[in-house]
Ligand binder design. Structure first.
Ligand SMILES: *Cc1c(COP(=O)(O)O)cnc(C)c1O
Length: 421
């Protein structure tokens, strides 16, 4: 369910025609619906109303300050994976006591930064990180809560690039090794063991691997309690999938129903780290058609945005629906590729898809682009990053200006030996 709909043949976000946004801010632009973001957050969070829990929106999915502020106002916590993301949460006015910090390669300055803010807990992913965090916390005279991220070796049955809970993946600590770290916990006097964590992958479409991961953690919590260790938090990560095309992921209510009882019985507070399921269908990438080109084999629709703005099709072969901003009823259409301006053959947004007749200048909306869209955009080929716009009812707000050419070179310097200064 989202708030991008046709009204009188024109595509709207809530009460605003996308054409109007394009006229004022230009293209390419990411357009987000605040109503959809709010609804998705609340649908998810309310599904767990019966059990002690904290929903921590995964900042890496969509990290604009305005969006983080919106979630913060709704009561959300945040799952971060870097000091940069903690800075974003800080700038957005988020509550540090609702921040959990995951990631395999946290640096010493990052650990110091997070320690100085007093986050809820660190999800530690290796023995080396445990030692470093203990050292840094000791130096700062702190004792910090820590959960261990376990790699449960469970196949999440998703795309190989977004599977994270198998032994071939770099994430987490395998069970046997984690157990010996738990046994020797007194080696880390500045770390207070508070939880266990796993995140097995993203765009999960089936409940079984999730339930398996949960029962794995619940069993572990039992064993740790048996060893006299107190475990307060059970962090199940994120990963719930969405419909891009014809997928049928579990709905948040179904997801909650399947796991709530077991989570509650564990006696732990359940931590959830949803990203895609909240933001994915709350945003679109708005593009303009630059040219149309056909050769003897193929039809190309060439747009002003491409893999530089939305890399998911190039990176994972992902499917995004593409809707013309002006509806074209009764047109049979024909097969075409939607491609962008980048000098790479991987620069496509849709392949062999039926498109209606289009003209130069027409607008297209690449759907379901709210998560892992703007956050993965790059300046490749000298392309300024697109604008981001947040719609709220009849109003829209530019929440990130389109980059200018001067932004492209802002941090660069020509050294003196080349006659620079
Ligand atoms: C990416 C990530 C998430 C969010 O994943 P989604 O599939 O967007 O829900 C949650 N937790 C961790 C540790 C992650 O790396």
């Amino acid at each position: 369910m989202h708030h991008f709909n046709y009204q009188h043949g024109e595509l709207y976000c809530e009460e605003v025609p996308l054409r109007r946004i394009a006229e004022e801010t230009g293209t390419p632009a990411y357009i987000y619906s605040s109503a959809t973001l709010t609804r998705h957050y609340q649908a998810f969070d309310h599904s767990f109303a019966d059990i002690p829990h904290l929903t921590c929106f995964s900042v890496k999915a969509l990290s604009n300050l305005a969006i983080l502020r919106l979630f913060s106002r709704l009561g959300s916590g945040f799952d971060i994976v870097s000091g940069g993301e903690l800075y974003r949460v800080e700038q957005a006015g988020g509550d540090f006591q609702k921040v959990v910090y995951s990631g395999v390669s946290k640096t010493e300055p990052e650990l110091e930064y997070a320690l100085s803010k007093g986050i809820l807990f660190f999800n530690v992913e290796s023995e080396g990180e445990l030692e470093l965090l203990n050292q840094v916390a000791g130096r700062l005279g702190k004792k910090t809560p820590v959960a261990l991220r376990i790699n449960p070796d469970i196949d999440p049955q998703t795309h190989a690039h977004i599977s994270t809970g198998l032994k071939v993946n770099k994430f987490g600590i395998e069970l046997g090794q984690a157990k010996s770290l738990f046994r020797d916990w007194k080696k880390y006097p500045h770390l207070e063991l508070c939880g266990v964590d796993c995140h097995i992958g993203s765009q999960l479409l089936r409940m079984e691997p999730i339930v398996e991961a949960l029962s794995f953690l619940v069993k572990l919590v039992g064993e740790l309690r048996g060893m006299g260790l107190e475990i307060k938090y059970l962090d199940l990560g994120g990963g719930l999938g969405i419909t891009y095309n014809s997928e049928h992921p579990p709905l948040p209510g179904e997801y909650a129903a399947e796991i709530s009882e077991m989570a509650k019985a564990s006696g732990c507070k359940l931590i959830l780290e949803p990203g895609r399921v909240i933001a994915g269908n709350a945003g679109v990438l708005l593009l303009q058609v630059s040219f149309l080109k056909e050769n003897s084999l193929k039809r190309f629709i060439i747009a002003d945005g491409g893999m530089n703005d939305l890399i998911r099709p190039a990176l994972y072969g992902s499917y995004h629906e593409v809707w013309p901003v002006t509806q074209k009823p009764d047109q049979p259409g024909s097969l075409a590729d939607l491609v962008g301006p980048i000098c790479e053959s991987a620069d496509f947004l849709a392949r062999d898809r039926v498109f209606p007749e289009l003209k130069r200048g027409e607008l297209l909306a690449v759907m379901s682009a709210g998560a892992y869209g703007f956050v993965m955009a790059s300046n490749y080929n000298g392309q300024p990053l697109p604008a981001e716009v947040l719609v709220s009812g009849r109003d829209f707000h530019v929440i990130r200006e389109r980059e200018k050419y001067s932004d492209l070179t802002r941090l660069e310097k020509i050294p003196e030996f080349l006659d620079g200064k």
